[in-house]
Design a protein around this ligand. Structure first.
Ligand code: FAD
Length: 467
């Protein structure tokens, strides 16, 4: 096993207090940066710090804001059980982190490295500002089992295709999880802010947040479901995927912990699950190398394809009233629980780009607004993959048929009935994935807003213009 994701740049620990600046790592267990902070601060103490950054808070939708606040509250409760607390401040991290470090007299500020486009730049600015006060920013680990940029082809260039990346990623290996710190002598700031209150829109309920919730969910999943993962992961009606994406997003659990648990026994379910975690790491790697792809086409020629401006059809899509049951079920699930099944995310992304001819960025923005697991790398590249413009993308000519996909992956129509209540009133024998016009009218479900066959041809015609 090779050295994994540590990017620590601290040669030796100076004596004196330290800061642990939490960001996407809201946990005490398996947190190498926190252990480093504790080793550095020793008897002089560690300040557990979180900065509410308006640049991140502003664009976050209600789901992510609410989960973040709940997760911070859970982290604070864990720290309080160790007779300290989380100091929360609000503002530009460049100013706030420097001020916090100076207030407690810290020589080092410890973080897990952030590889996202904004986070990496922010950290560089904070590092520079700290250096002016002789304080060092120490990066240890990251939100990934293998830090982005570490897995490369033999010639040192990044992988463009998932399968060879995932093989190289697996043979690179990762470190074993580490325990929570045993001693944590906590420091506190004199002046902090209360966590904001987040009011959820009516009808939106979210899963429990925090390290304990993540560990419980994962333990149950590994015990009860992972064995069937390979067979069931594409079935939105069975609802047996792990729902760990939200906990991974906020670092309430580290993927290394999950990989260690998966590694203890074999089986197709575990192998497939490991591979899905590798997709998360692959997309982080792609975004690390091509940060502009958070907004721009990874394959630039796709920007030249003719698209339609988002209009009434886009609104119907966002509100789950396109008349395609599986599309509408997904969009309503998104607004009800801040999450959507992966297969349905793909169907919906394909529908927006290839049936409604709207650019992927509009859909990606809507997803990020509502998804509680909204993650720039996985979301933007999940969209680009489906839109045909991404790394290793599904070929553009493979257009998902929403009705056929629904019948295949929700064979009894349980998923669409769960999220589109009108369909529960269909008579026995009706096809829940394609009710007749009379049946639609009788239950108050809209007619299809487009003719899928015609729009498929239209999409391929548009594609011809850039081939
Ligand atoms: C258009 C589109 C948008 C997406 N947006 C996001 C997003 O914002 N945040 C996000 O975490 N995932 C996103 N995904 C990937 C995937 O849909 C979710 O990770 C998954 O549905 C989360 O549910 P789960 O935890 O039950 O997944 P499981 O099936 O239990 O998978 C286990 C874990 O593997 C990872 N994973 C699984 N599939 C993928 C994938 N295709 N790409 C990257 N990682 C994956 C996730 O971390 C997930 O938690 C998107 C996919 C598409 C097609």
């Amino acid at each position: 096993m090779s050295p994994a994701s540590s990017t620590s740049s601290s040669p030796a620990h100076p004596s004196g207090p330290a800061v642990m600046w939490f960001r996407r790592d809201l946990r005490l267990a398996d947190n190498p940066a926190l252990l480093e902070a504790c080793a550095s601060g020793g008897d002089d103490g560690v300040l557990p710090l979180f900065v509410l950054d308006p640049a991140l808070w502003g664009p976050a939708g209600p789901s992510r804001r609410s989960h973040l606040v709940d997760s911070l509250a859970a982290l604070d409760a864990s720290l309080r059980s160790r007779r300290t607390r989380l100091s929360v401040v609000e503002g530009d991290p460049v100013r706030e982190v420097v001020a916090a470090a100076r207030e407690v007299g810290a020589r080092e500020v410890h973080v897990a490295a952030d590889f996202g486009p904004y986070g990496a730049q922010r950290d560089a600015r904070v590092e520079e500002a700290l250096a002016e006060h002789d304080v060092v920013l120490v990066r240890t680990g990251s939100p990934y089992a293998v830090g982005p940029g570490r897995v490369t082809k033999p010639d040192g260039t990044p992988y463009q295709v998932f399968t060879p990346f995932s093989k190289a990623w697996a043979s690179h290996g990762w470190r074993a999880p580490v325990d929570a710190p045993t001693g944590l002598h906590g420091l506190e700031l004199a002046s902090t802010v209360d966590l904001p209150e987040v009011e959820l829109p009516e009808g939106l309920t979210l899963p429990p947040a925090g390290e304990k919730a993540a560990a419980e969910r994962w333990a149950t999943y590994v015990a009860d479901h992972v064995g069937d993962y390979a067979d069931e992961r594409d079935r939105p009606d069975l609802d047996t995927t792990s729902r760990m994406s939200v906990h991974l997003k906020y670092g309430e659990i580290h993927p290394r912990t999950m990989l260690a648990d998966l590694g203890r026994s074999a089986g197709q379910g575990r192998t497939t699950y490991r591979s899905e975690l590798a997709w998360r790491e692959f997309y982080a790697d792609v975004l690390h190398h091509r940060p502009e792809t958070a907004r721009d086409y990874l394959k630039p020629e796709y920007a030249r394809m003719p698209y339609d401006e988002p209009g009434d059809a886009f609104d119907a899509w966002r509100e789950g009233r396109t008349g395609f049951p599986v599309v509408d079920a997904g969009m309503r699930q998104l607004r009800a629980v801040g999450w959507m099944h992966n297969r349905v995310r793909m169907i919906n992304a394909s529908f927006l780009v290839k049936d409604l001819h709207v650019e992927w960025q509009h859909g990606a923005r809507h997803f990020l607004h509502w998804l509680v697991d909204g993650d720039l790398a996985s979301n933007q590249h999940g969209w680009q993959w489906t839109a045909g413009s991404g790394t290793d993308a599904s070929p553009f000519f493979r257009v998902f048929n929403p009705t056929g996909q629904g019948r295949k992956f929700d064979p009894r129509g349980e998923y669409v009935r769960r999220w589109v209540p009108e369909l529960r009133d269909l008579p026995d024998g009706a096809d829940p994935h394609e009710p007749t016009p009379e049946q639609r009218e009788a239950v108050g479900y809209p007619a299809a807003i487009v003719d899928h066959k015609a729009e498929r041809v239209e999409a391929l015609d548009r594609w011809e213009t850039i081939r």
